[in-house]
Ligand binder design. Sequence first.
Ligand code: NAP
Length: 259
Amino acid sequence: MDLGLDGKTALVCAASKGLGRACAEALAREGVRVTITARTAADLERAAAEISAATGQAVTPAPGDIATEAGRAAALAACPEPDILVNNAGGPPAGDFREWGYGEWAAACNANMITPILLIKAVIDPMIGRRFGRILNVTSYAVKKPLPGLGLSNGARAGLTGFIAGLARETVKHNVTINNVLPGPFDTGRLRSNVAAMAERKAIPFDEEMQSRYDGNPSGRIGDPAEFGAMCAFLASVHAGYVTGQNIVIDGGEAMSTL
Ligand code: NAP
C-alpha cells in the first residue's frame, strides 16, 4: 500500500532509540523527511546516520531535552511546520506514591502531558491551514490497564488522554487527526533495563525474567519496535484521515479489555 507520505515532513520526538526511532525509520521508508530529537547528541547523530543509510532519506538530528523550553525550541527550529508530529519522551520512574512530592509529579506531568500539548499547540494551526496533519502521542497500555507502581505514568498519561479526546474532535474536519498509540511490552533498551533490574531483585537470570514476560503475553512474545513503527506510519498516512481521538493498543492482547 502506498501510504501517500512521500515528500511530507515529520518531527519525531525522543527517537534515537526504541519506539521513537522505529517510528522515524518507518516514516523515512515512506519518503518522509524526518527530524528526530533526543538528549544525547552523539547517539542521536548516529541514529540519524543509520536511518538515513537504511532508507535513503535525509534525517535531521535536533538534540535537546524535549521536556524543556529550549529542547522544544530546538526541535521546532529544525522542523518548524511538520506534517506529522510524533510526541514521545521517556516514561516516569516506578515507585510508591507516598514517596512522590510536587517535584516528581511536576516532572511526570511536564514530560508526559504538558510537553506534547505545547508541541501540538505549536504545529496544529499550520496543519489546519494545509488541510493535512497527523499527530501521534506515544503513551502506554497502562492507560487502559493501569499498572501497580506506575502511578506517575498512569496519572500524567491519563491527563494527556483526556485532553486529546476533546481536541481531536475539533481538528478532524480539517484533515488533522490526533491519536494516542499505546505500546505494551516492546523489546527496547528501556524494557531490557527494567527486566535486568527485576532479574537482579529476584536473583534470577536475565533470560528467565525475560521468558516470564513472554509467558505473560497471549502472543507468547514481546513486540518488535518495527511493528510499532509500522502502525504509526499507517496512522500518519493519507488513508487514516477518518481515525481520530483513538487510543490504539499494540500489545499482543496483553491488556484484557473490551474497550
Ligand atoms: P527507550 O528505548 O529508552 O528510548 C527512549 C528514547 O527517548 C531515547 O532515544 C532517549 O534518548 C529519548 N528520550 C528520553 N527522554 C527524552 C527527553 N526528555 N527528551 C528527548 N529525548 C528523550 O524507550 P522506549 O521503550 O522506546 O519508550 C518510549 C516511551 O514508550 C516511553 O515513554 C515509555 O514509557 C513508553 N512505553 C514503552 C514500553 C516498552 O515496552 N518499551 C511499554 C509501554 C510504554 P536520550 O536518553 O538520549 O534522551
